[in-house]
Design a protein around this ligand. Structure first.
Ligand code: F3S
Length: 389
């Protein structure tokens, strides 16, 4: 493979994997069963990235199930989202290059909702930080947080170096986090990720005190803790499936910590000109909720619901899409407000996502409002932010 006997794409991929393995002291390469590739938005890739992909696509073919992270636009409905022709042309070329390599060009940060669903103990190579945290922690699969090139290299060879999160000894909790607050909706789970991430950075937490958490709350938490801290794995007592010892070092999270995190994520702004829901990409259950709240109403400001295209396909069949689009809200499939080229288009964003808050500020300079889904839909309909905070 390294000598080029299996083609140029395999050779280049193997060079990347061997170099990584040497840096991290890996003993060998192991097989992966699933890959998720980031670095899909032309906004981040530019022409150099596009050339790199086109070159690999000349003879590269993926060996395992591979899907993509969100792209810079809705691949079908980009005009309606205000994307320029030039950008669309380049983004389409990027997707075509991935497609030539045999990648399923579903662009989503929640691959586990659309059939790229590894089982407990599977070794995989995923890129997107929220999906990596979800896969390691909630599914019990094993992945390092891959960069775009290393994930693609894993896809083209079916292999990854054996280090980091693939090894038992690196998956043990390092700090106990006792939560002494009732955590309810996605925004509060996002706030919890904000607090824990900021306090423990990339340590692996063993979290106690959470009585229940549904899939949507866990995906919000995965996104937030990975964004604000950097950990790729967490354990929640009674909820996540990995076995770990309870570490002696301990911190406590209180109701006041959650409240001050929500305060810190909220700027003092009342007028909202952009609402974005679906970070990480919305599940069908969330879309059902959005439809219920938007039924019979009209939105006043640009409102995006980011999701995977197959999830929208089911929403179409269920009638949710019609209700949502009749309100004037738009689906942003294949993309999201962070990877789309939005700088300068809006001033203040309302969302239920702590991760969107981080990138809304840092990438797009938006003033931010973070609250419940109900708060966000209300802002979409009135153009004003009103919540209990
Ligand atoms: Fe997904 Fe975009 Fe959020 S990639 S996790 S919707 S920032």
């Amino acid at each position: 493979m390294l000598n080029g006997g299996m083609g140029n794409a395999v050779k280049k991929s193997m060079e990347i994997l061997v170099a990584l393995g040497e840096i991290y002291g890996s003993d060998r390469l192991i097989d992966v069963s699933s890959v998720q590739v980031a670095g899909v938005s032309y906004d981040n890739l530019g022409d150099a990235g596009l050339e790199f992909l086109a070159d690999l696509a000349k003879d590269g073919q993926v060996k395992v199930l591979t899907t993509l992270n969100p792209a810079g636009m809705d691949l079908e409905n980009w005009k309606n989202l205000g994307i320029s022709e030039d950008f669309a042309k380049k983004q389409t070329q990027v997707i075509e290059a991935f497609s030539r390599m045999g990648i399923i060009t579903t662009c989503t940060c929640t691959p586990y909702l659309i059939g790229n669903l590894p089982k407990f103990g599977d070794h995989i190579a995923w890129s997107e930080s929220s999906a990596v945290a979800f896969a390691n922690s909630v599914l019990g699969a094993r992945t390092n947080r891959e960069g775009g090139p290393s994930a693609l290299a894993a896809a083209l060879t079916g292999k990854t170096p054996n280090y980091g999160m693939h090894l038992d000894e690196n998956r043990q909790a390092q700090i106990t986090v006792e939560v002494k607050a009732k955590i309810k909706d996605t925004s509060e789970f996002g706030a919890l990720g904000y607090v824990i991430g900021n306090k423990i950075k990339n340590k692996i937490p063993f979290i106690t005190g959470i009585k229940e958490a549904d899939l949507e709350q866990l995906k919000s938490f995965s996104a937030s803790i990975a964004t604000y801290g950097g950990t790729a794995l967490f354990h929640i007592k009674g909820i996540t499936p990995n076995k770990t010892k309870k570490p002696k070092e301990k911190i406590t999270i209180t109701k006041e910590d959650i409240e001050s995190a929500l305060k810190a994520m909220n700027d003092d702004v009342e007028d909202i000109d952009f609402v974005s829901l679906g970070c990480p990409h919305a599940s069908l259950k969330e879309i059902e909720k959005f439809a219920g709240l938007l039924k019979g109403k009209k939105v006043k400001v640009e409102t995006w619901i980011a999701t995977a295209r197959p999830t929208k396909g089911i929403a179409d069949m269920a009638g949710y899409t019609k209700i949502i689009e009749d309100s004037g809200a738009k689906f942003a499939c294949d993309t999201c407000m962070v990877v789309a080229p939005l700088k300068g288009r809006f001033k203040s964003l309302a969302t239920d996502s702590a991760k969107s808050c981080f990138y809304g500020r840092s990438k797009n300079n938006f003033k931010m409002r973070v609250g419940t889904i109900e708060d966000c839909i209300n802002a979409a309909v009135t153009g004003k932010w009103k919540s209990n905070l």
